[in-house]
Design a protein around this ligand. Structure first.
Ligand SMILES: [Zn+2]
Length: 273
């Protein structure tokens, strides 16, 4: 079922998005022939598998996808403006990818692939048990993997896994504040977070006003890290690994060793190296 024959393909010939959709290929040779004939700017394939991809009919399931577009990442350790990316933030985003990967592994998922999208990262999960999840279930997983919901401060904190994810995102938040020291109202958290990091049980801080404000601000930032529309959309087209991101000129490709991966060097087309 995971064969490319069950995927919908889309092509962009103008740089404005995939205008030619609903394409189906029986095998990789046919896809290659099409690409050589049409020379598209960019190539996309569906996260969904269909019996009839050319009509988007007979839905068989969809990959679970998380999209981290670095140009929209809220807090960064570089001086990029929103909308831009540089070598520093492309590398910096990997810290969030590690958090997501660890959270997914805590859920028992194994068939997880990290794809450099050209301007960020796609985390694509193809374990059998997630393929038929509904949108609302995917939205719940998204909250879990990146800390999009305040930890419950009124009750005993249940479920160690989410607590751990959340604590790691607080650390990322602090790291970014510390680097740039220009985040306006967030600045007041710097010394406070350093103090609470020495305390193991965040629950004991629940009566403190600044702690509640911090939690709410971390949640707000975390909600912007991933594009939730991509995760909940069961019929999304996303960039095909091995194709070129035409806006930045880097190759969308699977990352086998995230630690060693250098986006600017490793995803540059060979002719430019
Ligand atoms: Zn940057």
């Amino acid at each position: 079922m995971r064969n490319l024959r069950y995927k919908e393909f889309g092509f962009d010939y103008t740089g404005e998005g995939p205008s030619d959709r609903y394409r189906k290929f029986e095998n990789i040779t046919d896809l290659e022939k099409w690409i050589r004939k049409k020379y598209p700017y960019a190539i996309y394939s569906s996260t969904a598998f269909y019996e009839i991809p050319e009509e988007m009919e007979g839905w068989l399931g969809s990959e679970l996808v998380f999209d981290l577009d670095v140009k929209d990442m809220p807090l960064r350790t570089c001086s990029c403006k929103r909308g831009d990316v540089c070598e520093i933030c492309l590398n910096d985003a990997k810290d969030y990818v590690y958090i997501i990967l660890d959270s997914l592994k805590e859920l028992g998922l194994k068939d997880i692939h990290v794809i450099f999208s050209g301007r960020g990262y796609h985390i694509r999960v193809v374990d059998e048990e997630i393929l038929n999840l509904e949108s609302f279930e995917r939205a719940e997983i998204l909250k879990f993997v990146i800390g999009c919901e305040p930890i419950d401060l009124e009750e005993e904190i249940k479920g160690y896994a989410y607590y751990k994810t959340f604590k790691r995102t607080i650390l990322e938040f602090l790291k970014r504040l510390d680097y740039s020291k220009k985040f306006g109202r967030y600045k007041r958290y710097i010394s406070y977070i350093k103090k609470i990091l020495s305390i193991d049980d965040l629950n004991s801080m629940r009566r403190s006003k600044i702690f509640r404000e911090l939690i709410n601000d971390v949640v707000k930032v975390n909600r912007e890290i991933l594009d939730s529309k991509v995760t909940v959309d069961l019929k999304r087209l996303i960039r095909l690994p091995s194709s070129l991101h035409s806006k930045v000129g880097l190759i969308c490709k699977e990352v086998k060793n995230l630690y060693k991966f250098n986006p600017i060097y490793d995803a540059r087309p060979k002719v430019l190296r």
